[in-house]
Design a protein around this ligand. Structure first.
Ligand SMILES: [Zn+2]
Length: 368
């Protein structure tokens, strides 16, 4: 999430556009789905079979209705528990949003960062919890799971595909031109890290106020049906639930590459254009940075420091700071800084990506 000027900017979700048969990228990603039921404790453990040469995986879990999914624990092929939800949530260094039961659909990536890898071949086990909205575990409850495994011989360069969807009525040429110019700025930011952005555009009948952004919706799922494997999705609307201080939001840290009710980053064009509804060059640049920032959340990046200055990401090379002035000083130019820093003369360029942040991008299953 990124908020405007000491309000926050919400996170973005970037889907990778699909691959076509005959495309060598097809061999880089393999997927498998299944439907299961939780045990008496409301848990289900899925085996992820990792072969030699596999570099990362994503497991996506979906529970029906208003049930929620989250990761309970993860075991490596030797059976050792390497992640546990209680430990993960108690710490002041964030690892993955998958431990938080927020939505019906939740994605878990592994490895998340370079120091977690390389991915060891064998049977990995990811244990999921299904709860109701009051967070009570749901025994013998349905859970749908999709595993995507990436085999990427070159982790230094990647193509990330994004399907950009316009909400209903967001087709005024002044908006479309500004979005396309912002995408060029976004492309430059990612290119610095060896990532080639390949985008395509579609129109939808989704509500331009993006009121579904928090919970997901069947309309959003229907709109994502045209998505291809590995592709991310960015939905451009007028506002995010009429809050024009929010620039964009990612549906998860990370988000899923599967078709679901929550496969999106949402972006408000009006929050960027400002009260006059017209884009100047600074506003277009800011919108490009929001796209790159929110999609950074979608692939699994946290803010290097959160707004209260007492929670941090778990990367080694993002400085730790605990007050606004020091954080603005050492991290204010980082792509994942939680606020835009603007005054009457313009905004600070927030485009820097550290090596460890770049590593998170390249490990993600959508980076092919
Ligand atoms: Zn953010």
């Amino acid at each position: 999430v990124i908020f405007a000027l000491l309000a926050a900017l919400p996170a973005c979700d970037v889907p990778l556009a699909g691959t076509h048969s005959g495309d060598p990228e097809d061999q880089l990603l393999r997927e498998e789905s299944r439907t299961e039921k939780t045990n008496a404790q409301g848990l289900y453990t899925i085996d992820v079979e990792v072969e030699d040469g596999d570099t990362s995986f994503q497991v996506t879990a979906t529970a029906p209705g208003d049930h929620r999914t989250s990761v309970d624990s993860v075991r490596d092929p030797s059976g050792r528990k390497i992640l546990d939800w209680q430990e993960a949530l108690q710490g002041d260094h964030q690892i993955s949003g998958a431990f938080i039961p927020q939505r019906s659909t939740t994605a878990f990536n592994w490895p998340i960062q370079e120091k977690d890898g390389p991915l060891e071949p064998g049977t990995w086990q990811v244990t999921w919890t299904v709860t109701n909205q009051s967070l009570f575990p749901q025994p013998r409850s349905r859970i749908d799971l999709v595993t995507a495994i990436k085999r990427d011989p070159d982790l230094a360069t990647a193509v990330i595909r994004v399907r950009i969807l316009y909400a209903r009525g967001v087709d005024d040429p002044k908006i479309v031109n500004a979005v396309e110019d912002a995408v060029e700025h976004w492309r430059d930011i990612w290119a610095e890290e060896g990532i080639t952005l390949v985008e395509r555009y579609d129109t939808t009948t989704l509500d331009p106020d993006l009121g579904f952004y928090r919970e997901g919706s069947t309309a959003a799922e229907e709109a994502s049906a045209g998505k291809e494997p590995g592709e991310l999705q960015l939905i451009v609307g007028e506002s995010i639930d009429r809050d024009t201080y929010i620039y964009g939001v990612s549906s998860g840290i990370p988000g899923t590459i599967q078709i679901s009710e929550s496969t999106y980053v949402v972006l408000s064009w009006l929050s960027h254009a400002g009260r006059d509804g017209r884009f100047d060059l600074d506003e277009i640049k800011l919108m490009g940075q929001t796209m790159a920032h929110e999609c950074g959340h979608y692939i699994g990046l946290f803010h290097p420091v959160e707004g209260g200055y007492y929670r941090w990401d778990s990367l080694r090379d993002t400085p730790e700071c605990s007050t606004f002035p020091t954080c603005a000083d050492v991290l204010g130019r980082n792509l994942m800084f939680p606020f835009s820093l603007c005054d009457a003369t313009g905004c600070v360029n927030q485009t820097q990506i550290t090596d460890d942040q770049s590593g998170v991008f390249h490990l993600q299953v959508s980076a092919l």
